[in-house]
Ligand binder design. Structure first.
Ligand SMILES: Cc1ncc(COP(=O)(O)O)c(C=O)c1O
Length: 406
């Protein structure tokens, strides 16, 4: 074998250097100090955090912090074991039960991360005789879970129910199970799944529906139970997957179902078995966050007010946005270079957002992705808009100069 083990990374390195050069790299950016759910010091500068998925701003909630602190003092820093061995503490089972109750289901499983929840469920639930009908824009964790498993995967065009229908029709006569997999709010563009129509198709052909509500739990629905609740199809989702790392401000993942057989997955799911359970402190704060989330609508109402304000502000500035208002607001830019420059300039103006580039994005688009929190003040939302306005003005004057020169 000739060459170095790392030779294969050559093209990636060349592309990275060509794109980033000697600018601040957005990949692996270091946050010096976090000050609150919406502020941090980055590169020595006070910065508004507008790209963190901290939808309800609960990371510094005094009750959640206290629950975690008390748990560390009582239970120690980690479990040092899997849930099927010594790592199943009372608090893990309690959160599992609370999650099942909250979503009105009989069974729940808790995983160490949201990523592992998708790996653990999708690698195990469906077998070699089965077909998974997958929305093309689904998250990497869903793709990876299916890669670990044995089912045949058929992708349908993003949010295209007719395409799904057509693909299911072609499977008529096939005796294996069919599992449709979608997300509530999609993480890249912030758009929503047409769940009502998807449920109709599921009913017509039979099979199961799994919805990943990572970005909609605590965000949508009368009681914060996600897009399934908002669209009145909670009971039609056979499996709901989600994460504790966004609206709940912790870390961990879950799957709930009304099918009590979900429990069987525990005995064969490698991402559940062969990893340590989440730290008890993280789960204790998650338990408290779930209480807050389910207690009232105030945080959700504030979140909505904030994301509608940012969406309206950016629309008025003439930006092309990925979807109608949601807590994920994606600004579509021309290409990778323009998006990177935009990202750096926002950071220089004290605004942190996410830079999302192909191949991670749908249809090869380059995006600046903002995520809004209930903890943002109206002044912070306006400051984010003002930074975008500055960049718009700067781009306009460059274009005007170019026009005058031709
Ligand atoms: C749709 C979706 N599912 C799962 C995950 C993984 O969650 P976690 O980061 O908590 O592992 C994410 C993360 O962004 C996501 O967007």
């Amino acid at each position: 074998m000739s060459g170095d083990l790392f030779d294969k990374f050559g093209p990636l390195l060349t592309a990275f250097e060509g794109l980033v050069g000697n600018r601040t790299s957005p990949f692996g950016l270091r946050v010096d100090r976090v000050l609150s759910p919406t502020e941090a010091v980055i590169g020595g500068r006070d910065t508004i955090l507008a790209g963190t998925f901290n939808y309800l701003g609960l990371t510094y909630d005094p009750e959640c912090v206290r629950a975690a602190q008390e748990s560390v003092a009582r239970d120690g820093t980690g479990t040092t074991g899997s849930r099927i061995a010594n790592g199943n503490y009372a608090i893990h089972s309690e959160v599992e039960a609370a999650m099942a109750r909250f979503l009105g289901r009989r069974a729940a499983m808790l995983f160490t991360t949201g990523y592992q929840a998708n790996l653990g469920i999708l690698s195990t639930l469906v077998g070699p005789e089965d077909h998974v009908l997958l929305d093309a824009d689904c998250h990497a964790s869903i793709y990876d879970g299916l890669k670990m498993g044995t089912a045949t995967v058929i992708r349908f065009r993003h949010n295209d129910v007719t395409d799904l229908d057509r693909r299911l029709e072609r499977l008529a006569g096939d005796r294996g199970h069919k599992l449709i997999v979608v997300e509530g709010i999609y993480s890249m563009l912030g758009d929503r799944a047409p769940l009502k129509e998807l449920v109709q198709v599921k009913r017509e052909y039979g099979g199961y529906l799994l919805v990943d509500e990572a970005h909609s739990l605590g965000v949508l629905g009368e009681r914060g139970r996600g897009l399934v609740e908002e669209l009145g199809v909670l009971a039609d989702a056979d499996f709901i997957v989600g994460t504790f790392s966004k609206s709940l401000g912790g870390a961990g993942g879950f799957c709930v179902s009304d099918l009590p057989e979900l429990d069987l997955v525990r005995y064969s799911s490698r991402p559940y078995i062969f990893t340590a359970s989440p730290s008890p402190a993280t789960i204790a704060s998650t338990r408290q966050a779930l209480r807050i989330l389910s207690a009232g609508r105030e945080l959700r109402a504030r979140l909505r007010e904030n994301f509608e304000r940012l969406h309206a502000g950016l629309t008025a500035l003439g930006y092309t946005l990925g979807a109608s208002p949601s807590p994920v607001i994606a600004v579509v830019l021309g290409d990778r270079g323009e998006a990177l420059q935009f990202w750096s300039r926002l950071l220089q103006r004290g605004v942190y957002v996410n830079l999302m580039l192909p191949p991670a994005t749908p249809n090869g688009v380059s995006l600046i992705r903002c995520s809004v929190s209930a903890a943002h003040t109206l002044e912070q939302i306006d400051a984010v808009c003002a930074a975008f306005a500055d960049l718009r003005a700067a781009a306009g004057s460059v274009a005007a100069k170019r026009g005058a020169a031709t």
